[in-house]
Ligand binder design. Structure first.
Ligand code: UD1
Ligand code: CA
Length: 489
C-alpha cells in the first residue's frame, strides 16, 4: 500500500537543550541564519503532510511566538514534563488522535536533514509495507546513540547507549531519531510504554520491540549521508553543523555558476539567492534575504544583510543592511549602508560614506567621507567630499532633496529639510538652510579675510616668518596688501 501521502509529521522539540547554556531554547539557535526549528519545518513541508505538529516544552512561549511568525500552519502540543521521547510523541499524537495512515516523527535539532531524505524514508516505508521504518546511519562514532539491532532486513529493537550490553555497544548503525509509523501501530505501541530503563524515561524506541512482538514489520531506511542526521546539543556541535551547512550551500552555489574565491571565509545564509557569474571575494558574508544578480562582484570583507545587488554592481569592503544596490553601481571600499538605502543604476557610494534611508538616482555620486541620511539625490548629482546631510534637529528627522545634475561642494552641511533644486550648485563649505533654485549657486559661509603683516606681528622668529621673508615679505608692512581682501565666488 504505497499511497505516498503522509497524514502527519510530529516534530519533537521539547528538550531543554541544557548543554547549550543559553537563555534561548535550543531549537531557536540558528544554522545558516535560520532557526533549527525552521529547518525542521522546511524539511517536513516537503512531505506535504495533512497535519504538522510541533511538541514544545521548555520556554514554549518563545518558540510558539517564533512559530506563529514563520509557520502559522503548524499545530502546537505542549509536553508538561520531560518524561522521554515516547511521552513527547504521545503528547504530539493527542492533538491528532483520530488520524490513520503514515505518521513521520522527526526532531527539531537536526538542521541538516533534507526534505528529500524524509521523502525517501516515506517511500521506503510505503513500498516495503512496513509498520515502522527507522532512519538509521552507520557512523564513525556511535557513542550516545541508540543502536539498531537487526535480523537481516528487519529491525528487531533499538537499544539505548545506557542500556546496551558490551556487544550491542559495538554496533555502529545508529537510530537517527527519525521514523515513519503506521498511525495505529504507533498508538498501540505508545500505550504500552513503561519507564523500565536506566534513565527512567518513556522511550519511543521501545515501540519497535513491541511492534515486533505483535508481528508487525519494522524496517530501516539507511541514510548514507549520515551528517544529515547529526544533531546539536552544545555550541561546539552548533558550530560544526553551521560549518557543514555552509559548505553544502557554497558547493550548491558553485555548481550553479557562482565563483567563490575563498570558501573558507565565505558564509552564505540559507535564504540567499545568487545568479550565475556572481563573484564572491574572501571574507564575504551574505545573510537574510540577500540576492545578487549576474556579473556582480562582492567583497572582499563585505557583509550584506537583506540586500539586493543588481547586475554587474561592485561592492567592496562594505557593511550593508536592508538596502538596494542597482545594476552597475559601485559601493565601497569602507561604506556603511543602513536600512532604506537605494543606490541607483551606475551610482557610486565611496570610501567612508554612511547612508541611511537615502535614495541615489542613476549615476549619482557620493564618493568620499559623507553622511547621507534621509536624502533623495537626483540622477547624475555629485555630492562633494565631506558633505553632511544634517537630518536630525535633536527632536525629529527630516528629508533633504538634491535635484538631478546638481553639485554640492565639499564640506557642506545640508540642514534638513532643505532642497537643492535640479541643476544647482552649492559652494564648498556652505551650511545650507534655505532652498537653492535651479541655475543658482547657493553659498553660505563667512567671507574670507586676509590680514597683512600678521605673521610678522604674531609669529616672529618662526620658520613661517622666515619663509615669508624669502618670498619678499618684509617686516615693515610696506608691501602689505588690502587688509581684508573680499573673496567673491
Ligand atoms: C534519542 C533516541 C536514540 C537516538 C537519538 C538520536 C530515544 C529513547 N532514543 O536519544 O535512539 O539515537 O535520539 O538523536 O528516543 N524530546 C522531547 N521530550 C522529551 C525528550 C526528548 O521532546 O521528553 C525531544 C528532544 O527535544 C529531541 C528529541 O526528542 O528533539 C530527542 O531527544 P534526545 O534527548 O536528544 O534523545 P536521545 O536520548 O539523545
Ligand atoms: Ca538525550
Amino acid at each position: 500500500m504505497a499511497d505516498e501521502t503522509v497524514s502527519a509529521v510530529i516534530i519533537l522539540a521539547a528538550g531543554f537543550g541544557t548543554r547549550m547554556k543559553s537563555a534561548r531554547p535550543k531549537v531557536l539557535h540558528e544554522v545558516a541564519g535560520r532557526s533549527m526549528i525552521a529547518h525542521a519545518i522546511n524539511a517536513a513541508n516537503a512531505l506535504a503532510p495533512q497535519r504538522l505538529v510541533v511538541v514544545l516544552g521548555h520556554e514554549r512561549e518563545m518558540v510558539a511566538q517564533h512559530l506563529s511568525d514563520i509557520a502559522p500552519h503548524v499545530q502546537l502540543a505542549f509536553q508538561e514534563q520531560m518524561l522521554g521521547t515516547g511521552d513527547a510523541v504521545r503528547v504530539g499524537q493527542s492533538v491528532i488522535s483520530e488520524i490513520s495512515g503514515t505518521i513521520v516523527v522527526t526532531s527539531g535539532d537536526v538542521p541538516l536533514l533534507e526534505g528529500e531524505t524524509l521523502r525517501e524514508l516515506v517511500r521506503t516505508h510505503q513500498l516495503s509495507d512496513n509498520a515502522i521504518t527507522v532512519m538509521t546511519a552507520v557512523v564513525p562514532n556511535p557513542d550516545g546513540y541508540g543502536r539498531i539491532v537487526r535480523e537481516q532486513d528487519r529491525v528487531t529493537a533499538i537499544v539505548e547507549q545506557l542500556d546496551a550490553n558490551a556487544d550491542q555497544k559495538l554496533i555502529n548503525e545508529i537510530n537517527a531519531g527519525i521514523y515513519a509509523f503506521d498511525a495505529q501501530v504507533l498508538r498501540e505501541g505508545l500505550a504500552q510504554l513503561a519507564p523500565i530503563n536506566t534513565q527512567g524515561e518513556l522511550y519511543l524506541t521501545d515501540v519497535i520491540a513491541f511492534a515486533n512482538a505483535n508481528g508487525h514489520k519494522v524496517g530501516a531506511y539507511q541514510l548514507l549521508d549520515y551528517q544529515q542526521a547529526e544533531g546539536v546539543n552544545d555550541r561546539i556541535q552548533l558550530a560544526a553543523r553551521n560549518a557543514e551547512m555552509n559548505s553544502r550551500i557554497l558547493r550548491r552555489w558553485m555548481l550553479a555558476g557562482v565563483t567563490i574565491v575563498d570558501p573558507a571565509t565565505t558564509w552564505i545564509g540559507a535564504e540567499v539567492d545568487l545568479a550565475p557569474d556572481v563573484t564572491l571575494k574572501p571574507g564575504t558574508s551574505l545573510e537574510g534575504a540577500t540576492s545578487v544578480a549576474a556579473g556582480a562582484v562582492v567583497g572582499p570583507d563585505t557583509t550584506l544583510i537583506d540586500v539586493e545587488v543588481g547586475e554587474n554592481a561592485e561592492v567592496v569592503r562594505t557593511h550593508a543592511s536592508l538596502s538596494v544596490i542597482d545594476a552597475d553601481a559601485k559601493v565601497g571600499p569602507f561604506s556603511y549602508l543602513r536600512p532604506g538605502t537605494i543606490v541607483g543604476e551606475g551610482a557610486k557610494i565611496g570610501a567612508f560614506v554612511e547612508a541611511k534611508n537615502a535614495q541615489l538616482g542613476a549615476g549619482a555620486k557620493v564618493p568620499h567621507l559623507t553622511y547621507c541620511g534621509d536624502a533623495v539625490v537626483g540622477a547624475g548629482a555629485n555630492i562633494g567630499a565631506g558633505t553632511i546631510f544634517a537630518n536630525y534637529d535633536g527632536t525629529s528627522k527630516s528629508v533633504s532633496h538634491v535635484g538631478e545634475g546638481s553639485f554640492v561642494g565639499s564640506n557642506s552641511v545640508l540642514v534638513a529639510p532643505v532642497t537643492i533644486a535640479a541643476g544647482a550648485y552649492v559652494g564648498a563649505g556652505s551650511v545650507i538652510t534655505r532652498k537653492v533654485e535651479s541655475g543658482q549657486l547657493g553659498v553660505a559661509r563667512s567671507q574670507q579675510r586676509n590680514i597683512a603683516g600678521w605673521v610678522d606681528s604674531h609669529r616672529a622668529g618662526t620658520v613661517t616668518q622666515e619663509a615669508a621673508h624669502k618670498c619678499g615679505q618684509s617686516g615693515d608692512n610696506s608691501s602689505r596688501s588690502d587688509d581684508e581682501t573680499l573673496i567673491t565666488e
